[in-house]
Write a protein that binds this ligand. Structure first.
Ligand code: BGC
Length: 487
């Protein structure tokens, strides 16, 4: 069990943080000075790593435009529509759970290459599907790749980034997700004709191959290499990241390598002492609830009913042609990218909470409007649907979208971080699966207005939840955040 030991540990960490501050003569709470690093190499590592995020976005977003044509080709009922859309999420769920172990054994680089191969083969297999069963199996396999990428890409980026730019580069992965989605929408628009759906899925081959080749040419992260006993290789990567010569790296070797080894050792000892039960300790209940709560909230406000089903919603709203419905969706995707960029600039200036409240209020308003829009006669629904969907996605993109992924990387004490993060990621995919699968059924069995109003009500509960439990993490060190949970 923990308790006193933890308090001592946390006090010790606070003292260490204070010492760093004193040593660097910085403002209280400020981070150590910016180290020298090789900008181009670090950005290259982040871009290739974020190709995993791009594929996550592409392969989840592509279904939106394809669904209209798949429905025709395979004669899909509402239940089958739900299955065809959500099977990829079931694959992702399994991929996310197994990623932790695979990462330890194989390392980030090999695992991302495996994910790339899965994406590439999955793209071809989906494009060639001759019946629903074939299609569903191929999408499950692609989903497995997405699950691996959703866990491994941000991990790889965070381990190859210098600390002072890590936040921005990790959010860069969310930006890649939204870019993947909008590219998928554009491709959907380009192939908006019967049978064109095969190309929509097939194009994922390109980023899949790029990710595979990119990771083949790049090294694994230093931490991942040391974890598997490859210290010399790790040293070479550290030297490249810091833009140093081999001799300079040799001189600094003991410090850098020992630093990472000590951190790994500490984590291993702590893991040996604390099992999954640690997550249930009373001091961990709140941060655990925050991570799972935000995971569920991110999905239960219905974001992916829009991301995956936007053209279908436009069709419900009375847009007569498939192509126009998909074009409207491209607009939604563009707003998603633009507002994610806005979030990257604002998160560290305004803070997480103001953005979260503003985003939730905006989503509640637009979901309510969307519901009302469906009460209008069919010919008059288009404008209100288009505007509501765009503003709704914009509000999500500057708030819950990036904040969920950012916060689960910030709020957990080191000793439970891996497990707590995988639990939050798992909850996110599970909640996503539930909403995506039930959406067409809710539309068919209840109706459009009530369905969207239910999501609005969940947004309202989200505001109460945020007010009650979610902490502000802006400008605080991870140790300061950790200390707040220890009662
Ligand atoms: C969510 C995804 C969603 C995407 C939309 C991500 O943060 O986890 O489920 O599709 O944002 O941009």
């Amino acid at each position: 069990m923990v308790g006193r030991h933890d308090k001592d540990e946390s006090k010790k960490m606070n003292r260490e943080a204070e010492e760093v501050e004193k040593a660097t003569e910085a403002e209280p709470g400020a981070l150590p000075p910016v180290p020298h690093y090789n900008r181009r190499f670090v950005i290259l590592l982040a871009i290739v790593g974020a190709l995993g995020g791009l594929l996550f976005g592409y392969d989840t977003g592509v279904i939106s435009g394809a669904l209209l044509y798949l429905t025709k080709t395979f004669n899909l009922t509402p239940t089958m529509k739900g299955l065809v859309t959500s099977i990829v999420l079931a694959g992702a769920l399994i991929g996310a759970i197994t990623s932790g172990d695979l990462n330890d054994r194989l390392g980030r680089r090999a695992l991302l290459m495996i994910a790339a191969a899965i994406f590439a083969l999955g793209a071809v297999a989906t494009a060639a599907a001759q019946n629903v069963l074939w299609f569903v199996i191929a999408r499950f396999v692609v989903g497995y790749g997405i699950g691996i990428a959703s866990y491994t890409s941000p991990l790889f980026i965070s381990e190859t980034s210098p600390p002072h730019v890590r936040g921005a580069l990790v959010s860069f992965n969310q930006l890649a997700i939204t870019l993947g989605i909008v590219i998928a929408y554009a491709v959907d628009f380009g192939y908006a004709y019967p049978g064109g759906w095969r190309w929509m899925f097939g194009w994922a081959l390109v980023p899949g191959v790029l990710l595979g080749v990119g990771m083949f040419l790049l090294p694994d992260s230093p931490r991942s290499l040391i974890n598997r006993g490859r210290e010399e290789d790790a040293l070479k990567v550290i030297a490249r990241i810091e833009g140093k010569s081999a001799e300079e790296a040799e001189q600094g070797e003991t410090v850098r390598i020992q630093e990472i080894e000590a951190a790994l050792q500490r984590e291993k000892e702590l893991e040996a002492k604390v099992g999954w039960g640690e997550l249930l300790h009373k001091d961990m209940r709140v941060p655990l609830a925050v991570g799972i709560g935000l995971a569920v909230l991110q999905q239960f406000v219905g974001i992916n009913t829009v991301i995956y089903y936007a053209p279908t919603i436009f069709k419900y709203a009375g847009y007569s042609s498939n192509a126009i419905a998909i074009l409207g969706t491209v607009g939604v995707g563009a707003v998603n990218v633009a507002m994610t960029i806005v979030a990257i600039f604002l998160l560290d200036r305004l803070g997480r909470l103001p953005l979260l409240y503003a985003g939730l209020i905006g989503m509640i308003g637009t979901l309510t409007a969307l519901g009302y829009g469906f009460l209008l006669p069919e010919g008059q629904r288009g404008t209100i649907t288009q505007i509501s969907l765009m503003v709704y996605v914009g509000c999500f993109a500057f708030s819950l979208g990036p904040i969920f992924w950012l916060m689960i990387a910030e709020i957990y004490p080191l000793r439970v971080r891996g497990r707590a993060m995988s639990l939050a990621t798992f909850s996110n995919w599970a909640a996503n699966l539930l909403v995506t699968f039930t959406f067409p059924l809710m539309i068919a069995w209840i109706n459009e207005p009530v369905t969207f109003w239910i999501y609005a009500l969940i947004g309202l509960m989200g505001i109460i939840f945020t007010f009650w439990l979610v902490p502000e993490t802006k400008g605080r060190t991870l140790e300061q955040i950790e200390a707040q949970w220890i009662k």
